[in-house]
Write a protein that binds this ligand. Sequence first.
Ligand SMILES: C[S@@+](CC[C@H](N)C(=O)[O-])C[C@H]1O[C@@H](n2cnc3c(N)ncnc32)[C@H](O)[C@@H]1O
Ligand SMILES: [Zn+2]
Length: 386
Amino acid sequence: MQNYKIKRIEEGLTKIEFPEFEKVSSEAPVFYNPHMELNRDLSILAIQAFQKKEQREIDICDLFGGSGIRGIRYKNEIDGVGHVYINDISETANYYEQHNIDLNNLDNIEISQHDASMFLRLKRGEFDVIDIDPFGTPSPFIDSAGYCARRNSLLCVTATDTSALCGTYQAPCIRKYNAKPYKSEYCHETGIRILAGFVALTLSKYGKYIEVKMSHSTEHYMRLYIEVKKGPKKCDKSLKNIGYISHCKHCLHRQTSKGLATVIDDKCPVCGEKLIHAGPLWLGDLQDSEFIKLMIDETENKKINTKKEALKLLNLCLEESDGPATFYDAHAICKSLKISAPKLDLIFDKLKNEGYLTTKTHYNPLGIKCDAKINEIKDILNNLSK
Ligand SMILES: C[S@@+](CC[C@H](N)C(=O)[O-])C[C@H]1O[C@@H](n2cnc3c(N)ncnc32)[C@H](O)[C@@H]1O
Ligand SMILES: [Zn+2]
């Protein structure tokens, strides 16, 4: 192994060492991204919540190990973990994974050097948790995950190709997720729904279906925690959650339609302009309030450096678990009405007083999830700005 200058960091209860690098990049000898600490902290909360809910010992697969920080933290900081398997295609990564296991005095962690899909297939059915945290898109690995995931297991998926999922570039999204994105003010939610829809459709080949326990879009990535269930009938029923979101960029109306080969209106029912469709995507739940409450409880039991940020995010995800698909951006609507935006609190109070289901959303501090129609929101905004 080359003589690198070594950097040591600490996350949670775990120490990790790796070759120092100047800039976070896939070119580093061993990959470590400090901006993903919140992602790793939330993973610890989610996997612990899953383990407590299942009340059994769990075996975990960290499919893209890098420095080994995930798998090692999972073994070191989560109760009820049996074996952890850390895989990475890079020999240098494997070397530091073993070094870091020793540094933390841990056992029952196995290291391997395989292509991710190959590793899953070699170990089919052996994991209760599969963590997929690759460079860019997870798309090429979802098929093997679907084939190899156990019934009642947890699939944790990161995607960093947000420009594709959010529709900045349409063609890569069609290629990687077989879905058409659309860059609206709620495109991060559309992106997560495209990713969840792709997972649901891919797993359905194996008679497996999904329940999304928690999901978030933060900075440059999206992350989903998904329970994998099995049964062809329930799978067919679950696939009824696949559909489309149609958006009118003229008046900002949006509507959802469930079903794959379904007829979708092309004309906006509000203003008559052309609707733009995104999908196929997941129109089922993206947050499970009971699961998120368990994650929030776990913040009391864990030492996590991002506790404040994690709690803020979890509470927003808990709130939005009641909300409908998509959200309004108050400032975008006010701009289209050529009025100045009223205070957000006033808008929320007014919508709630009028009896609409209204929640905040983690996607955007100015976002409003609400079951009111666009013209009803516009009336309220017009009245408030008078
Ligand atoms: C984003 S990094 C993983 C980061 C790590 N999970 C963390 O939280 O710090 C992706 C890793 O996947 C490895 N990798 C790339 N292609 C792979 C493949 N086809 N199979 C397995 N590992 C792969 C790279 O060597 C790299 O270490
Ligand atoms: Zn319209």
